[in-house]
Write a protein that binds this ligand. Structure first.
Ligand code: AVI
Length: 326
């Protein structure tokens, strides 16, 4: 086994260890909690692709609208910083949206390396294959793992200016305090003049928001329940998925859109050799998808040490890509 393979193997083992620890800690908490960052195994990736294709899930079209129609504006805003840079995408997924920007930059002969970071090796393999076919001149270096470990790796690889993309409203999958901490950490890893482009889903008609997460086809429910299946398979647990039900809420005042699983009966669940009791109607807090006002975004940028350089919105003004500088 060469050094790189050994490191990758070690990374996978560390990841499996923290998955178990996070699940045990979350199920011991009051209320019980599981982290949505673990939704994305192979089935989870597939379900998320289905969510993005749902008519109710407006987020896909909003940010796609920005990347398709305001590509030049985006390209100008990020390539003004220097002739050459590394374009790092946190949670790149299938890079469907960013591929429009990549194409624009490649066609202009911009000197940059695309470094997609994702926790899912499956999706990175697909992404690399697709991009190499579409844009053979693109320099691409995929990085599989946790965002900050991979951000350290990326900043260690070259000293060029960095542009970090965090798209898709992923920032919303953090509690407000967590988002502040996350953005401050990104800032700590960057240098003056580097850029951070964050996609925010804006507050809008609450019915539109709720419908996006409470789809009648039940895909979002399966997306949540799949985490129980994953825990069964990977952590030797015995959740009965049929005994849990998806429940979604949206609070238009705070902007918190939350999903829960409700225990449909009194039941015991083993995870490895630990036992967890669920009362009937007890909740597992599964995911937050926070929605933002313009003031919320300004506050978050300021609190984490950035200032807003420019903001690019979709045609409906439902979503914003906010470009920050240190
Ligand atoms: C990945 N993230 C931005 C999605 C969201 O909208 O919060 C995850 C998701 N959960 C349910 N539907 C989509």
């Amino acid at each position: 086994m060469n050094i790189q393979l050994k490191q990758e193997h070690q990374l996978k083992n560390d990841y499996a260890g923290s998955f178990l620890q996070d699940v045990l800690k979350g199920l011991s908490a009051q209320p019980k909690k599981l982290s949505s960052k673990y939704f994305y195994d192979k089935t989870g990736d597939h379900l998320f692709q289905q969510i993005m294709a749902m008519p109710e899930y407006y987020l896909t079209h909003c940010e796609l609208n920005i990347f398709q129609n305001k590509t030049e504006e985006l390209a100008k805003a990020i390539s003004n910083i220097n002739e050459s840079f590394d374009l790092i995408e946190l949670g790149a997924g299938d890079a469907m949206k960013s591929s429009y920007l990549l194409k624009n930059l490649v066609e202009k002969g911009t000197d940059f390396t695309y470094m997609p970071i994702d926790i899912s090796g499956n999706i990175l393999t697909v992404l690399q294959k697709n991009l190499q076919e579409k844009l053979p001149e693109l320099k691409i270096l995929p990085l599989e793992g946790e965002y900050f470990d991979m951000l350290d790796k990326a900043t260690g690889i070259s000293k060029r200016k960095k542009v970090v993309l965090f798209l898709g409203g992923n920032i919303g999958n953090m509690e407000v305090e967590e988002a502040r901490h996350f953005c401050s950490e990104v800032k700590r890893k960057l240098n003056p003049g580097d850029l951070f482009l964050v996609g925010f889903d804006l507050k809008k008609n609450p019915n539109t928001i709720l419908a996006a997460y409470n789809d009648p086809a039940g895909i979002t429910a399966s997306f949540n329940l799949n985490l129980l299946t994953r825990i069964n398979r990977e952590l030797n647990a015995d959740f009965n998925e049929k005994q849990f039900q998806h429940y979604q809420t949206y609070d238009p005042v705070s902007g918190a859109c939350r999903s829960f699983l409700v225990s449909l009966c009194d039941q015991d669940v083993h995870v490895g050799n630990q036992l967890f009791h669920f009362k009937e109607n007890e909740l597992i807090d599964m995911e937050i998808s926070q929605k933002f006002s313009e003031q919320d975004i300004k506050k978050l940028a300021g609190d984490s040490g950035f200032h807003i350089l420019s903001e690019i919105k979709d045609a409906k003004n439902w979503f914003v890509d906010s470009i920050w500088m240190i």
